[in-house]
Design a protein around this ligand. Structure first.
Ligand SMILES: O=C1O[C@H]([C@@H](O)CO)C(O)=C1O
Length: 554
């Protein structure tokens, strides 16, 4: 089946947390419409860009784009941005059931509200290995009042001006800022209106006695989040589109880029319960709990007067690590594409990626093995396919961090290099990637959620301190590692993943914090370019940067 949508992209006026702000809307709404398809369907989604001053692209987060690397929607890697007045059609197969989302992947447009949910159902007659009577979807987010252009300007500036804490946390694009905190008689006061219907809390309706599949996704720009439902436990069953060994929890950590399904039994006696969202992993400076409502049997909707639900303290990293380690692959996963780890697969290459905060000529950047990623205007995929010299740095970026690096101190050399090099692999390679987290310029170490495009990976493990190539691999979970496309790193700690290069293309691997990608925290992996070349990429992804020369009039 072909699922077609026509999306008109324009600025729209929104008030997600009662504070009026211009956001990027789709067909006049924010958040974007939910796309629903069945495993094996072809999606044909056409975007029309009506924003006079910005290009756009759309990334299908968690969809591997098997055979359609050009449709991955990453500006500078997969395609040229869609310019004002132009239209562009993404066409790809959704080959796996699960919970996904889509979001802009150019500049910081995701943080401007350019996102929506994508749900892929099992074909008729097939069933998940768990039962539910109904389902709901909630995308969570952190939210700022300043526009993204102001945020980006601050990140580029000398001195650096960080975006700071979010003003509010949103569930399904709805939160609540305390307007009385805004000085009266200022333009800001006029922008804040707590009776605006658009910031009424999100309501999840349930019927007593039934079980619901709640799908969750985090598109947060900065914050690690924790989700709770007052008085209810959650049974976690799916993570990043893969069913996992179910486990119960009363609070769920959600890192940016992750998706989950949890089962919730509506078995409590009251009418309304809080849905609560809190900041984890960064000092929260009292960012207020994002609130929604779980409403029973169509009773009058009321935000309960009970205290807002709180998960573990923001700095309880041990709780987060314990939860991260609970994820295990489901043995008899009915999804054949969710291939089990071949324990005997020979690892053909190991990358140890040290992620540092450094400076580049006075600008604060994030770097991987001393290279901050600086995208060039030519899409890397086109550069590789057409062999366009100058479209990316041909010197390969470094595979290893310095063995004697002290992860507990700020970087000894503050100045970083900038680059646009590509890690090139052979199809069939099995690669271990270790992400090593360390002290930043203030010698603080933060969570960084890493996301891989084009592939899923097995999470082999998390370890405190510095990765030791001799002893650390002995701790890897090779029995039932979960397969995902997102993984957190914890402060002063390492995370190890493994994946098989079986989907030709050029694929970013980056920190999913919007502001950190902007500051260069990512790399590009590529393989199987001959196959992409043989199949061809559509002209519609070309035209910018050095690809212009491909269209020279003869
Ligand atoms: O990228 C970041 O910059 C700030 C800080 O390190 C410098 O102001 C911060 O908390 C980040 O996550």
């Amino acid at each position: 089946k072909v699922v077609e949508h026509d999306f008109e992209v324009a600025y729209v006026d929104a008030a997600p947390d009662c504070y009026a702000k211009t956001v990027i809307g789709i067909n006049g709404v924010y958040p974007g419409p939910t796309i629903r398809a069945v495993q094996g369907d072809i999606l044909k989604i056409t975007f029309h860009n009506y924003i006079a001053t910005e290009g756009i692209t759309m990334h299908w987060h968690g969809i591997r784009q098997v055979g359609s690397a050009w449709a991955d929607g990453t500006a500078a890697v997969a395609q040229c941005p869609i310019l004002y007045g132009e239209s562009f059609t993404y066409e790809f197969i959704v080959d796996r059931p699960g919970t996904y989302f889509y979001h802009g992947h150019f500049g910081s447009q995701r943080a401007a509200g350019f996102y929506g949910a994508l749900i892929v159902d099992l074909p008729a007659g097939k069933h998940e290995p768990y039962h539910y009577d109904g389902e709901h979807m909630i995308i969570v987010n952190d939210w700022w009042h300043r526009p993204i252009v102001t945020q980006e300007q601050g990140l580029e500036a000398i001195p650096f001006k960080f975006v700071g804490d979010p003003q509010s946390l949103l569930l399904e694009g709805r939160g609540r800022y305390n307007c009385s905190a805004v000085p009266t008689y200022t333009p800001a006061a006029i922008s804040c209106n707590q009776t605006d219907e658009r910031c009424a809390p999100h309501v999840m309706k349930v019927e007593r006695g039934k079980t619901y599949r709640l799908r969750l996704a985090s598109v947060a720009s900065l914050s690690s989040l924790n989700f709770k439902i007052e008085g209810h436990k959650m049974k976690v069953v799916e993570a990043d589109g893969h069913n996992v060994q179910p486990f119960w929890t009363d609070n769920l950590d959600l890192y940016s880029g992750e998706t989950y399904s949890v089962l919730v039994s509506a078995n409590m006696p009251g009418d309304n319960y809080h849905l609560g969202l809190n900041v984890r992993g960064r000092e929260d400076h009292n960012v207020p709990t994002g609130l929604g409502i779980l409403n029973y049997n169509n009773a009058p909707v009321r935000q309960p007067s009970t205290p807002a639900p709180k998960g573990p303290a923001w700095d309880d990293f041990e709780a987060s690590k314990r939860q991260a380690r609970k994820y295990k692959a489901l043995k008899h996963n009915p999804d054949p594409t969710s291939h089990a780890l071949d324990r005997h697969a020979k690892v053909t290459r190991t990358l140890i990626l040290l992620t540092t905060q450094q400076k580049l000529k006075g600008h604060i950047k994030w770097a991987i093995n001393n290279v901050t990623y600086a995208p060039l205007p030519t899409p890397v995929l086109a550069g590789l396919v057409y062999n366009i010299s100058g479209s990316y740095d041909t010197a390969p970026p470094p595979d290893k961090m310095p063995a004697d690096y002290n992860i507990y101190a700020p970087p000894p050399v503050t100045e970083t290099n900038k680059g646009s090099g590509v890690y090139q692999f052979k199809t069939g390679d099995v690669v271990d990637v270790i992400i090593q987290n360390c002290g930043n310029l203030q010698n603080i170490s933060e969570n960084h959620p890493w996301h891989l495009h084009g592939h899923d990976f097995w999470i082999l493990g998390y370890g405190d301190g510095k990765y030791d190539p001799k002893t650390s691999p002995k701790t890897f979970n090779l029995k039932n590692p979960p397969m995902r496309n997102n993984v957190p790193t914890f402060p002063f700690a390492w995370t190890a993943i493994r994946f098989k290069l079986d989907n030709p293309g050029a694929w970013p691997f980056h920190c999913h914090i919007e502001w950190h990608v902007h500051l260069g925290m990512g790399v590009v992996f590529a393989h199987g370019i001959e196959e992409v070349r043989a199949k061809g990429i559509p002209n519609s992804v070309l035209g910018c940067g050095l690809t212009k020369q491909l269209f020279k009039l003869r």
